[in-house]
Structures are given as C-alpha cells and as structure tokens.
Design a binder for this molecule. Structure first.
Ligand code: FAD
Ligand code: NA7
Length: 486
C-alpha cells in the first residue's frame, strides 16, 4: 500500500521541474540570477531589456544579532547608501560648528539624535541548470534556466578565536539598523568600512575607538592612509595600534568589557564599551550555494568564485559578478557595470568586457580620501622608483580659512611615469568632496591623460580640485609642497 501511494504521489517540485525539462528539453528561464544586490539586479534588468525571461532569487540571512532587510543587497541596505547618509549627518555637525565662524548664531549645545527608518528564496544548486530555493517560511521553489548568474556578495566576518565575539559583537550589517545610539563604541579592524563608521560615529559626538593590528587601509596608498588616520585622531577618534582583541565579556552594567593584547607593550589591556563592532573584512557565503555539486570552482583560501575576463565560471552557462568573485574590486559600480555588460554579451550580441583598470573610489572618512589608478607603492613596484615622478601639494580649502579649520592633512599627489609623455598612473586626493573631485579626473586618466595635459587643463577657481591642475612640485625635488596664495 505504501509503495502504491509513493508511486501515485506527484514527484517533488524539483523532480517535477527536471521531469518537465527532460520532456520539453527546455528550461523555464533564459536567465536566473542568484542574489538581488547591485550586480545581480543590474544584470537581471539589462537581460529583461532584451526581452528575455529572467528570474531573480534574493534572500537575506539575518545577521547573528538578528538584523535582516529586503531586496537590494548590501549597498542600499547596509553599505554605501546608509553609510553616506550617516557621513553626511556627521559632516552637518561640523558644518554647524563652521557656521558660527561665518556669523550664524546657533544656540549651544547641539546634540545628535539617533534616527532610524525601517524599510525584506535562498538559492542552492541542485544541478547545473536548476536552483532550488527556500523561502523564509521554508517553502521550496525550483527554478531552471539556460544561464545562471551568481551575485550573492559577501557578509562581514567574525573573529573565530575571540571569546564572546559572536555573542556580543555587531557588524556593519547591524550598525545602520540600530534603534538606539551605539554609545561608546569600539570598532575592530582598519578597513575602509571600519574607518568610515568610526568617522561618522565620532562626528555624531560618540566616544569612538578603532583597534588595528597592523596598517590602516591595507591595499590603499599608505602615505594617504596615514594622513586619513592622522586627521581622524585630531578629529577625536581614538586608535589602539598594534592591538589584537582576545575576549569580550558582558558586565553586570550591560557594558561590554574587551580584553586585548598590546603588541608594543607586550601586555594585556582592557576597557569597557557600549558597542563592539567587527570590521575585519567580508567573506563570501558560497557554502550554501552547493557549488561543488555543479563543479563551480572557488579559491580555497578566500572562498570566492574564480571567473575569467568574461565573468564565466568553470561551468559553461554559469557566471558570477560582484563581491562574490575572486580578484575584483568590492564596489557597487563595478558590480553593476559587470552585471550589465554580462547581460549584453549573453543576449545583446555584444562582446564588450568589463574593464577593471583605473576604477576610482573614495573612502568617506571625515576628511574624504579619493583615488584612481595605482598607489605610489604599486607604481614603484611595477615600474621602479627611477621611472616614476610624484607631483604633490599640501593645500588649504578656502572654506577652512574663515572656519579656522586645520588643513594639515589636505594633500594630493599625482603619480606619473617619468618618461617624456609622463602618463598619469594614479591620482590621490584628501579633502572635502574627494569623491566629486576624483570622479571627473578619472575620465581623463581612463583616457590615458598625461602630466602635460593635466597642467594645460584650466582650473575652476576657487576650488580644491583646481590644485590638481597646478601640481608642479616633485617629491624627488624635496621642495616644500605647501600651496601658497592664488
Ligand atoms: P550584494 O549587494 O551584497 O548582494 C548580494 C545579495 O545576494 C544579497 O541581498 C544577499 O542577501 C543575497 N544572497 C546571498 N546568498 C544568497 C542565496 N544563496 N540565495 C539568494 N540570495 C542570496 N561600495 C561602493 O562602491 N561605495 C561605497 O561607498 C561602499 N560603501 C560600503 C559600505 C559598507 C559598510 C559595506 C559593507 C560595503 C560598501 N560598499 C561600497 C561595497 C558594496 O556595497 C558592494 O561592493 C556591493 O553591494 C556588491 O554587490 P553584489 O551584487 O556583489 O552583492
Ligand atoms: P579588508 O580590506 O579585508 O580589511 C580587513 C581589516 O581587518 C584589516 O585592517 C585587517 O588587518 C583587519 N583584520 C582582519 N582580521 C582581523 C582579526 N582577526 N583581528 C583584528 N583585525 C583583523 O576589509 P573590508 O572587507 O572592509 O574591505 C573589503 C574590500 O574593500 C577590500 O578587498 C578592498 O578591495 C576594499 P590587516 O591589514 O590584515 O592586518
């Protein structure tokens, strides 16, 4: 009887799908995208423009602290957008201070109030054309497609050997969704995520400490990175250098007591905080995708998916874009552009590949740091120090003068090849609106701009960006690089 019932029962959904596919020889969709973030949505929307049948799966696994959000991925929910708005909130605090120097009467003291606005199928491969998804309620859905794009991004890492880290700590996934101010905060790590968050928390008036085990902003130009942290220190952010946390405990007062090892003093130290945030890097969650079953290769160290220049994985018709991919910049515009170009190649008879060279970016610390192209270290490594010329300048933004703001870290440098044409290899800028400044110059550098062309470019006066067009002191000369007068 039981055997009869088993035979009469319809096959499970995934089996049904496979059966239908086997019968018709067709998949349901032209394209299935796993991950509805920056890269995935851009790819799906572009493919739909070509009239293709497209499906997107997106599922947000709640953070260990229980924070969850809806469609859109990291950037709009827990990344670029809330971060930039918090940065703006902090900048407004500084602007309020400046305003008094410009003659505005502002009744003191000015305080920030923490405000929050709330705005929610986990995909796993069962064969190379079939993805099985579970809704939050546990309902199974099965989707088959000719082409599949994996765009599942990454999530913040927790330190594995620090007792209490997972239990008591938060990450950037939680910070932007807190209902109450985080209070006195410790941020561990010296990545851009760490420094940006520490910057805006300090700017909002919170007692904020960054704990770093080695250098700040690894991978970025290190002279610029030092200026960024130097400015943050003068702005009020505390730094615990060459320190590694060992445990986090909850005190009766509900505060979190953190113990760490100070490598310079070779001793253990402790302090208590209201909030401990881990910003020690991000990791792809490839385990749940079941990639081994279908043969998609990953880097065993990073867990990221290995792709070629056309974003193809080791399995034909399976592609990957965005943060999940090995060796790509972890940035929203690169994920979007890569997703769009992939859809155009798949369905629009295009052969254009994503060009990952000279991608501009900005670290939104209190004094912003924008850059495009090579760091000075990378240029030296690639071309040799005799073959590069670095033009640099310390400058004072006009708006800092009336407000009597210190401009010690307002600095820029342009790294060029030294041969006759002096092609620009990298541009680095610390100062107000660095993202806005660097974006335009990035076009020139993408087009192969040279130093002579840059200095022939007429500046817009009075701006900070005009100083880029006036750079003339080389580092090699040893001359004072401080800009004076107009
Ligand atoms: P994501 O946007 O992360 O999207 C992946 C989606 O897939 C998520 O919704 C995820 O929940 C979902 N998913 C995962 N697994 C599955 C599964 N098995 N099934 C279904 N769905 C799944 N970049 C910038 O360019 N500028 C910035 O200023 C900037 N600031 C940042 C600040 C912070 C704090 C952080 C954390 C990141 C920031 N970034 C910034 C980086 C940027 O957010 C990422 O590079 C970008 O979001 C990557 O896009 P993606 O499509 O690869 O992945
Ligand atoms: P990154 O750039 O991977 O940086 C992680 C930071 O956290 C970095 O300062 C690390 O120090 C530090 N770190 C890493 N592990 C630990 C532990 N266990 N304890 C203390 N500190 C630690 O972070 P993001 O994810 O923010 O950046 C991702 C991408 O953005 C990156 O690939 C760039 O392309 C830009 P370290 O320098 O290793 O000593």
């Amino acid at each position: 009887m039981a055997a009869l019932w088993r035979r009469a029962r319809p096959p499970p959904a995934s089996g049904l799908c496979r059966t239908l596919r086997a019968l018709s020889g067709k998949n349901e969709y032209d394209l299935l995208v796993i991950g509805g973030g920056s890269g995935g949505l851009a790819c799906a929307k572009e493919a739909a423009q070509f009239g293709r049948k497209v499906a997107v799966l997106d599922y947000v696994e709640p953070s260990p602290q229980g924070t969850a959000w809806g469609l859109g991925g990291t950037c709009v929910n827990v990344g670029c957008i809330p971060k930039k708005l918090m940065h703006q909130a902090a900048l407004l605090g500084t602007a309020l201070k400046d305003a008094q120097h410009y003659g505005w009467n502002i009744s003191q003291p000015v305080h920030h109030t923490w405000k929050v606005k709330y705005f929610n199928i986990k995909g796993s491969f069962s064969d190379p054309h079939t993805v099985r998804g579970l809704t939050k309620a546990g309902k199974e859905t099965v989707v088959t497609a000719d082409n599949i794009v994996i765009a599942t991004g990454g999530r913040p890492k927790y330190p594995v050997h620090v007792a209490g880290a997972l239990e008591y700590g938060i990450t950037s996934d939680d910070l932007f969704w807190l209902k109450e101010s985080p209070g006195k905060t410790l941020i561990v790590g010296a990545s851009y995520v760490s420094l940006e968050c520490a910057g805006f928390l300090t700017g909002l008036g919170l007692d904020t400490t960054v704990m770093m085990r080695s250098v700040p902003l690894r991978g970025f130009d290190q002279q610029m990175a030092s200026l960024v942290t130097e400015h943050m220190e003068s702005y009020g952010t505390k730094f615990l250098k060459r320190c590694l946390p060992t445990k986090v405990e909850k005190l009766k007062s509900n505060r979190l007591q953190v113990t760490w090892k100070n490598a310079d003093l070779d001793k253990e130290e402790t302090d208590s905080f209201n909030t401990v945030m881990w910003a020690i890097g991000r990791a792809p969650d490839t385990k749940t995708l079941n990639l081994e079953t279908v043969g998609v290769k990953t880097n065993s160290e990073t867990g990221k998916i290995i792709v070629d220049a056309s974003e193809a994985t080791s399995v034909p018709h399976i592609y990957a874009v965005g943060d999940i991919t090995e060796g790509r910049p972890e940035l929203t515009p690169t994920a979007i552009a890569a997703g769009k170009l992939l859809a155009q190649r798949l369905f629009g008879q295009s052969s254009e590949l994503m060009d990952y060279d000279n991608v501009p970016t900005t670290v939104f610390t209190p004094l912003e740091y924008g850059c495009v192209g090579l760091s000075e270290e990378a240029a030296v490594q690639r071309h040799g120090s005799d073959n590069i010329e670095v033009y640099h300048a310390y400058y004072k933004p006009l708006e800092f003068t009336v407000a009597e703001r210190d401009a010690t870290q307002c600095y820029m440098k342009m790294v060029c090849l030294r041969e006759r044409e002096q092609r620009i290899l990298g541009l680095h800028f610390i100062g107000p609106n660095a993202g806005e400044v660097i974006q335009g110059f990035a076009l020139g550098i993408k087009c192969g701009a040279t130093y002579p062309q840059m200095v022939k470019t007429v500046g817009i006066h009075p701006t900070c960006a005009e100083e880029v067009t006036k750079l003339h002191i080389t580092k090699r000369s040893g001359l004072d690089a401080t800009v004076t007068g107009c």
